[in-house]
Design a protein around this ligand. Structure first.
Ligand code: 5MM
Length: 344
């Protein structure tokens, strides 16, 4: 019988000491896009090397409490970019076992992606429930202590529809039930996309409604919310709205939305960056934290806003790895400092 105590301890560890989560869980198509952007072909070897830049950056354990992996990376073995003297600590280990050995909780993305469906024209539904219970049992045995499932919500004049919000929320609830039964903390990620002409007010309305629909679905099957983490988008204006990113407005809208829609007994909340620049994602996190205290611990779980600057420096060249790692550590440090804003 999976222990509730273990799941609560995992959540406690994730939010300890203002640390955050690295979302290194890009699927093969998304990882391919990232590598193509710097002219590197996407192969299992280049993807392994890409992950290794971040996961072997010296001292990541001072800033990261968790890493979300994609299945391929979870099983790949670390080769070694750290100084020779340190290599014995990770030689031969999988990435997942390596991060665990330095005190970081390994997590796994388990959704099968957001796909088009004739039922929801213009919208997407996230798939992956088939066989999920067995996959989670295996991931637990390989060290995963949390998982992540992302659904994607599109805003335009007629979207999102209630039906699509509900279908995605029900899938998130089912996924969470499977995770909890397997002893794994579920991270639920209903991402409201920033693509579009909508302003910040519409973004707040849709994000609030999305979260309300999600937690209604959770209530229906009576899930223990304190064993669950929400990964949410911030309330930001659409990227074609002409509105500027104003940290104060973003923080106020996000705080209002979360206080309206998220039950107080939820385990915690982490933010995705969703296409914000790395600096915006840090500044907005800082502004949100400053408006605290909140009923839940808050932190970051960024992919692009942590990895983007390093990717641009690396360009596939070994000689650039130290500089790429330095920039990554700088972003981690700034985001942890942003998390501490409330206490300053
Ligand atoms: C929204 O994407 C998540 C957070 O990343 P950003 O901070 O860059 O917005 C991320 O965890 C995402 O879910 C994974 O990268 C997986 O994405 P795909 O598109 O491969 O399913």
């Amino acid at each position: 019988m999976p222990s509730r105590e273990e799941k609560l301890a995992t959540i406690k560890k994730i939010f300890e000491n203002s640390k955050g989560i690295l979302a290194a869980d890009e699927s093969i198509p998304t990882a391919g896009k990232r590598l193509e952007s710097i002219g590197v072909p996407s192969t299992p070897e280049t993807r392994q090397k890409y992950r290794e830049i971040f996961l072997t950056a010296p001292g990541i354990e001072n800033y990261l409490s968790g890493v979300i992996f994609f299945d391929e990376t979870f099983r790949q073995t670390i080769n070694g970019n750290r100084a020779q003297a340190e290599q014995s600590s990770y030689d031969g280990k999988t990435f997942a076992k390596f991060v665990e050995s330095i005190g970081i909780v390994p997590g796994i993305k388990v959704d099968g992606g957001a796909v088009d469906s004739p039922e929801f024209p213009g919208e997407k539904i996230t798939v992956g429930l088939t066989g999920l219970a067995d996959r989670l049992t295996e991931y637990y045995s390989l060290g995963a202590r949390f998982a992540k499932w992302r659904s994607v919500i599109t805003i335009n004049e007629s979207l999102p529809t209630d039906a699509c919000l509900t279908a995605n929320a029900e899938a998130l609830a089912q996924y969470s039930k499977y995770c909890l039964d397997a002893g794994i903390v579920p991270i639920i990620e209903p991402e409201v996309l920033l693509d579009g002409t909508h302003g910040i007010q519409k973004s707040e309305e849709v994000t609030t409604k999305t979260l309300q629909v999600v937690f209604d679905a959770f209530k229906k099957i009576n899930l223990p919310l304190d064993e669950i983490i929400l990964k949410t988008s911030m309330v930001v204006p659409g990227n074609k709205s002409g509105e500027t990113m104003d940290s104060t407005k973003i923080a106020e809208g996000t705080a209002r939305c979360l206080k309206t829609a998220v039950p107080e007994n939820l385990g915690g909340i982490v933010f995705l960056s969703g296409g914000q620049t790395p600096v915006q994602a840090t500044e907005n996190l800082n502004a949100i934290q400053k408006l605290g205290p909140y009923p839940w611990p808050l932190s970051f779980s960024y992919a692009r806003a942590l990895q983007g600057p390093s990717l641009a420096i690396w360009k596939g060249e070994d000689a650039n790895i130290p500089a790429a790692q330095e920039v990554f550590l700088k972003r981690l440090k700034f985001n942890c400092a942003a998390n501490r804003a409330q206490a300053e």
